[in-house]
Design a protein around this ligand. Sequence first.
Ligand SMILES: Cc1ncc(COP(=O)(O)O)c(C=O)c1O
Length: 383
Amino acid sequence: MKRVYFDNAATTPLDEQVLEAMLPYMKSKFGNPSAVHGFGRETRAAIEKARKIVANCLNCSTGEIFFTSGGTESNNKAIKRTIYDLGIKHIVTSPIEHYSVSHTVEFLEKDHGVEVHYVKLDELGRVVLQDLELKLAAVDETCLVSLMHGNNEIGNLIDLELVSEICAQFSAYFHTDTVQTVAHIPIDLQKTKVHFLSGSAHKFNGPKGEGFLYINSDVKINPHMHGGGQERNMRPGTENVYGIVGLGKAIELAHENMEEHRAYILDIKMYMARQLKENIPGVKFLGDWDGESLYTVLSVCFPENDKSSMLLFNMDIDGIACSAGSACSSGANTGSHVVRNFQPECAERTIRFSFSKYNNRDEVDYVIERLKVLYDVMVTGNP
Ligand SMILES: Cc1ncc(COP(=O)(O)O)c(C=O)c1O
């Protein structure tokens, strides 16, 4: 059976060249990077090389990059430490953030008395920037703004530069979850002033369990854990050397070929959208899909019928991997908190297709062919 992987916003396959770069650090180059002997110096040098690559890609200084276990840790650390260490009592965020942000914010609200202000979304699920200004103007204390750059479910992008200017105007701290955009969309931290920015290697063909947090050098927060002095005292624990090496290699490769990948993947997304429109009557695309959107994500609301909630499950049987906001263990689509927020009628029949450089148009054709069969079966009840 053919297998098609259209779930790249969940995670991407490891690039062969990344694996090659990592392998020596799983075998012969195993020294503890904190050790002073040659084995240690070798792995320390590899970590610092990766840090330099990340800093170059984002145009920031190496001292502002801290390696973590991924996007979840980075988001938790940035938001919680801002509240714990900087005396901030107000968070302005959106109702469609990733759970690693939204559940952190809810925890701080419940357990630490933080006041949370949710910005309005328009009919396409875009953050209403005038409302962000209104929310910031209404609070006469310093706020933390946490808004994701690219939404992992519907693909909407915020104008990072504009949001950072609004935050600066109100002297707010700005944290942005760039897990879906780092290594996919250029980010220049000299032009875009953010205080915290999170990235995760497995979203750009790097290894799972490795990420980073950019902390602007003007911001002084405390470590989230205590232990040895690794990551300049900010993240104790022996470093995941091969993960860090893999992250460095993956971001480097992505930056070398970013424009080429963008054009190639965007073509697949738009081809898929055209094919869906032509072949499945009544499909709708969510978010600002053909405007300011991730070129990797197409979120599709399928027409309602009695079995539309089982589409995901049926596609899996056909070897097609895609996803909904949350899937229960039976594979039935239980609905997305993101979609529910601005298009509730679509929440239980929306499927996200997300693409990478390893996909092609033939795979789209296969998915459309299977969807046509599935849809016909569902509509007519004829197996
Ligand atoms: C937007 C966004 N933020 C954060 C995360 C969490 O990243 P990680 O899996 O590295 O913890 C994800 C991953 O699903 C994501 O898509």
